[in-house]
Write a protein that binds this ligand. Structure first.
Ligand SMILES: NC(=O)c1ccc[n+]([C@@H]2O[C@H](COP(=O)([O-])OP(=O)(O)OC[C@H]3O[C@@H](n4cnc5c(N)ncnc54)[C@H](OP(=O)(O)O)[C@@H]3O)[C@@H](O)[C@H]2O)c1
Length: 310
């Protein structure tokens, strides 16, 4: 087995790279944020997709790469579709030729409002440009690689991320800067720790699973409740976090306020425990403390200037 992580420079891709590299040979790509050890791939370029796939010859391609900023996608429909729809089509063609599997990352937003937990075969009803592009991507994968695909729908992913743009890291940065923060108290979802998502994807691949799976954390909460947990986990004062209705945020892309995924199919297929939000946030914090301690000890080991001799 060999994995190719397309979008290894992103939040989920980084965790996927670590998880798969512990089990099999791995190659990874970046698009606009170069990283040592990763090779360039822009999936809007069909020829580059073919070149990378034919050179790497992976048995499994993991595809977290996407235009992910919902409000940007709403204002840039064509560019969103070029990546999220045509990019997926470009990759499917060479994978079909070499008989490789594709693992596509999709979203809970393929669904609209719902009062109950939705299953993989419930009808989709996307509200935003981003969500519609993901529905089309799913359809392409099912039709081009009918017997060699996994589609993983997830939501509210958090974890370490080089660019610090996810909800948890943005909230912490803005609180540290002394800003007041408005957070929706009427949008609910399931926070999912990126490390768990990567473990879940790896478990599905190793199990030989096929088809669509919902992989999200075990809880369902409002954005405001998530923000309060972040404050508690990282020892931050939550008084600047203000709950507001979604309308007050003037978000460009429409979002379902209540969207919940049923994960029964995933848990029946593989044995993979996903942690609670509190556990995931504490794990993030512990990793930061460990990384800082490792850096500090590295700094004290480095000799500064020339030590006197004799
Ligand atoms: N984050 C969430 O809360 C969430 C929720 C539901 C579903 N998902 C899905 O999960 C997946 C991963 O999300 P994420 O949070 O890891 O996103 P992310 O941090 O924004 O990473 C996106 C990745 O896509 C790459 N990329 C963008 N345009 C590309 C192109 N034209 N060609 C090749 N690569 C390109 C980026 O590379 P560069 O940075 O190098 O340009 C980056 O590696 C996405 O498919 C997303 O739709 C995420």
């Amino acid at each position: 087995m060999k994995a190719l992580i397309v979008g290894a420079s992103g939040q989920v891709g980084r965790y996927l790279y670590g998880e798969f590299a512990a089990r099999m040979p791995v190659a990874g790509t970046y698009c606009t944020h170069p990283e040592e050890g990763l090779r360039h791939l822009d999936i809007t370029d069909r020829a580059e997709c073919e070149a990378v796939v034919y050179e790497e010859r992976p048995t499994h391609v993991l595809l977290p790469a996407a235009a992910t900023h919902m409000d940007w996608c709403e204002a840039h429909r064509e560019r969103c579709y070029a990546v999220n729809v045509e990019g997926v089509r470009h990759l499917c063609a060479p994978l079909k030729t070499i008989g490789s599997w594709l693992v596509l990352f999709s979203t809970d937003h393929v669904f609209g409002e719902s009062g109950r937990a939705l299953r993989e075969d419930d009808p989709v009803s996307p509200l935003s440009v981003y969500a519609k592009s993901k529905v089309l991507a799913e359809e392409i994968v099912r039709s081009e690689l009918p017997n060699s695909h996994i589609i993983i729908r997830t939501s509210w992913v958090y974890g370490h991320e080089r660019r610090g743009k996810n909800f948890v890291l943005t909230l912490r940065r803005r609180l540290a800067a002394g800003e007041d923060i408005l957070v929706a108290d009427d949008q609910s979802g399931s926070p999912t720790y990126a490390h768990d998502l990567a473990r879940g994807a790896c478990a599905l691949v190793l199990h030989g699973a096929q088809g669509t799976y919902h992989v999200v954390g075990p809880e369902w909460m409002t954005r405001h409740q998530l923000a309060l947990q972040v404050c508690a986990a990282f020892g931050l004062d939550s008084s600047a976090v203000r709950p507001v209705p979604s309308e007050a945020l003037r978000q460009h892309a429409p979002r379902p306020k209540r969207c919940r995924l049923d994960t029964g199919k995933f848990h029946a297929a593989v044995s993979c425990h996903l942690c609670t939000t509190w556990q995931g946030l504490r794990q993030m914090r512990e990793e930061e403390v460990e990384a800082k301690a490792a850096q500090d000890s590295l700094d004290t080991d480095i000799p500064v200037g020339n030590a006197p001799v004799g």
